[in-house]
Design a protein. Sequence first.
Length: 299
Amino acid sequence: MTRIQANLLLALAAMIWGSSFVVQQIGTGELGTITFTGSRFLVGAIIVLPFAFKQMCRVGRQERKFHTTDWLGILLTGCVLLTAAILQQHGILRTTVTNSGFLTALYVPLVPLLGLIILKRKVHFAIWPASISCFIGTYILSGAHTVELATGDLWVISSTIFWATHVLLVGIMASRTGAPLVVAAGQFLVCGVGGLTLGFFVEAPTIPQVIGAAWGILYIGIFSVGMAFTLQVVGQRYTPAADAAIILSSETIFAALGGMFFLGERLSLVQLSGGVLILVSILAVELVPLTGIGRPRPL
């Protein structure tokens, strides 16, 4: 697969995720956040598992055997994904779809930052002003002194460090195993089983609650999880994590459009400027290094 094809897969994943923000807000019914998250990921796991099993057999027979460290890596990736999804879902129910989409994009500057801190990967100088601009944009977008949205916004913001970590882990595991479908199905299964188990003890869901959220679970499970997250894992095998993050950030645009068309959400000019500042900062992280500015000159 070429890098352009991989980037197109990532763009399609972003489109699906952006449109799913609306469903995540109105399709949960009275079902708890953790149970809803576990249910949708279990649906995604069921869809991908047959293809993952076939790929695992092929890779194990022709390329490499799977080791304990591979499964531990997939387990860790699933746990990080579950944490990110729960925090985001909790926040989406307490803020607007538009804000959720823009604020989730804050994970983009965090990807190279975490790569520098954890993986010792060098980052371009543009990451520093871009990160500051992102947080300023976040403050403006959240309404600047608007109290009623603060709680939901903070929950969504707290999920971003886990989304950033997840992007790094997906890139590592997809490259390491050479089996992106196995990584996808494995992390979905961890999220599904872990989320439902935790939800059973914390939220004590009832059958009517599950039935009431069934269409939302199926839609998100099939499209957002089964399709989009799988496209992400496949695409990230051929695209660097920082590049993938900037492409995936386009989900914010589709989330805002979904909130506008289906929920009647509107942004004031001031709030819109905050969203634009976030997107400009995100783009700067990827585009400024391509200009050659800040690149070390040979002696």
